[in-house]
Design a protein around this ligand. Structure first.
Ligand SMILES: O=C(O)C(=O)C[C@]1(C(=O)O)C=C[C@@H](O)C=C1
Length: 472
């Protein structure tokens, strides 16, 4: 089994390896108990019984050894034959008394005949000294894996896991909460790690910043989009409202240093000067990480630029609120998944592409842009990044010498779905004069109305958990 499939199986509550229908043995009773516990969200029970057993010929399965299995078969063939009318008719509690009620009733436990007869027989045996067998009807056996379980839709019975860069309190965490309101947000120390977390099935999605209205593009993520094989499945725009944070009791005059994410420092540059602060700027991996660093190290000469939520989390005071240079400071994040979503035309969609060309001159770029313009497709973004594998092109001109051009990869976002024939035709045309073309994703546009920036930028603790929006 591939590691990917194994990871899927282990994360699927209904998937249990090596379980077959004729499970009426004590070993399988134990198995049923395990399955039942697992269904009711008590993974410790599974873990504890799953201890390595030297006699287990199938390590890694559910911890039922062949010895157990044989004993179970012998046990049941002698006792289940007791049949109806014996003591086995009455389900009994472990104490030997009839149980008042099942503390963990099964959803589909209808209490009628069929499998219950078998379960009653076994429960009857339990009073004869077999211990606390707590069986569920065979109808509750795990269902087989179906094609739907293999679809890109995540969940597998649990919350969506969303990787973001930074620590709790970072804006990226708030963006993850906005994109997937009930997700389990997974902090990552670098953008690259968030990409890998999705690729390795540690997370179902990544939510990463790509541009800010004041600071511009987050180039690292453009480069990573090309290096990795993830798909853009959505976007969210998050108003970003920065605060100047310091340890309780510290006054602005004492400050000699301000730390934050370089984007946040850039977004507050003018305000820092206007506040009359004579401070050095120090870059940190993320805004909330800077706040945590100030708090953990008791730095009384240093402030952090971060969210109000970071102040709460790390016990800092807010020295100044709303210090971004523009009150409508917004960061755009993209949501990434292992599989693309199916593009639609019944709501506004955006498509992101990246291309390179190997012909000389500027006309290629002109032609690409014309392919969209002729079809009335609006571009919302264009970004160029160095072509890593071929950064420079030499152009020989016998008369003038050798010209050197920088080579670029061009990233374009346009307002159309890949399900729209205009977009398909535009890309078919573009493909003819580009050497490389990749669709990074076709996804619903974030159409949320422009809310009050201050409240949403100091978001309420992004629900540590998220549900997928309908589109992704
Ligand atoms: O440091 C954070 O809190 C982040 O989420 C990162 C980040 C960024 O990369 O631009 C996100 C939003 C803000 O624009 C500032 C920083």
């Amino acid at each position: 089994m591939s590691p990917m499939a194994a990871a899927m199986l282990s994360s699927h509550p209904n998937v249990m390896p090596n379980v077959t229908a004729p499970a009426a043995t004590a070993g399988s009773a134990r198995l049923l108990l395990l399955l039942r516990r697992r269904r009711h969200g008590r993974p410790q029970a599974v873990r504890s019984i799953n201890r390595p057993d030297p006699s287990d010929p199938f390590p890694g399965t559910l911890g039922i050894s062949r010895v157990d299995w044989k004993a179970s078969c012998a046990f049941l063939s002698s006792k289940a034959a007791a049949g109806p009318g014996s003591s086995s008719d009455k389900p009994l509690s472990p104490s030997g008394d009839p149980p008042a009620a099942d503390p963990e009733p099964d959803d589909d436990d209808d209490g009628k005949g069929g499998n219950h007869r078998l379960s009653a027989a076994i429960n009857g045996v339990r009073t004869a000294g077999a211990g606390a067998l707590d069986l569920v009807p065979i109808s509750n056996l795990p269902r087989p894996l179906t094609i739907a379980d293999l679809s890109p839709a995540p969940m597998h019975g649990s919350r969506l896991r969303v990787a973001y860069q930074g620590v709790p309190g970072a804006y990226s965490e708030a963006a993850a909460g906005k994109a997937y309101p009930n997700c389990e947000a997974i902090p990552c120390d670098q953008f690259e790690v968030a990409f890998q977390a999705v690729e390795l099935w540690i997370a179902d999605r990544a939510v990463l910043p790509v541009e800010n209205s004041l600071g511009g593009s987050i180039h690292r993520n453009y480069d990573l989009l090309l290096r990795h094989r993830l798909h853009i499945v959505g976007e969210v725009q998050l108003p970003v409202h920065h605060c100047l944070l310091a340890l309780p009791g510290v006054r602005k005059e004492y400050l000699t240093r301000v730390m934050s994410h370089p984007q946040a420092l850039a977004q507050c540059e003018l305000t820092l000067t206007r506040l009359g602060l004579n401070v050095t700027r120090e870059a940190f991996d993320d805004t909330a990480g800077a706040a945590e660093h100030v708090a953990n190290n008791g730095l009384r000469d240093t402030a952090a630029i971060a969210s109000a939520r970071a102040a709460e989390l790390y016990g800092l005071q807010v020295l100044a609120d709303g210090i971004q240079d523009d009150s409508s400071n917004v960061t755009r994040f993209v949501m990434l998944a292992r599989e693309p979503i199916i593009p639609r035309t019944d709501r506004p969609f955006k498509t992101s592409i990246v291309f390179a060309h190997d012909r000389e001159g500027t006309s290629v770029l002109f032609k690409v842009l014309s392919a969209f313009a002729f079809r009335d497709i609006s571009l919302t973004k264009i970004e160029s990044r160095p072509h890593r594998h071929r950064p420079i092109r030499l152009v020989d001109d016998a008369n003038v010498g050798t010209a050197k051009h920088f080579e670029y990869m061009f990233y374009v976002d346009f307002e159309a779905s890949m399900a729209d024939t205009r977009a398909q035709n535009a890309l078919a045309e573009i493909q003819e004069f580009t050497s490389f073309l990749r669709v990074l994703g076709s996804y619903p546009m974030d159409m949320t109305p422009w809310g009050a920036p201050s409240s949403s930028t100091n978001p309420p603790p992004p629900p540590p958990s998220c549900s997928a929006p309908p589109s992704s």
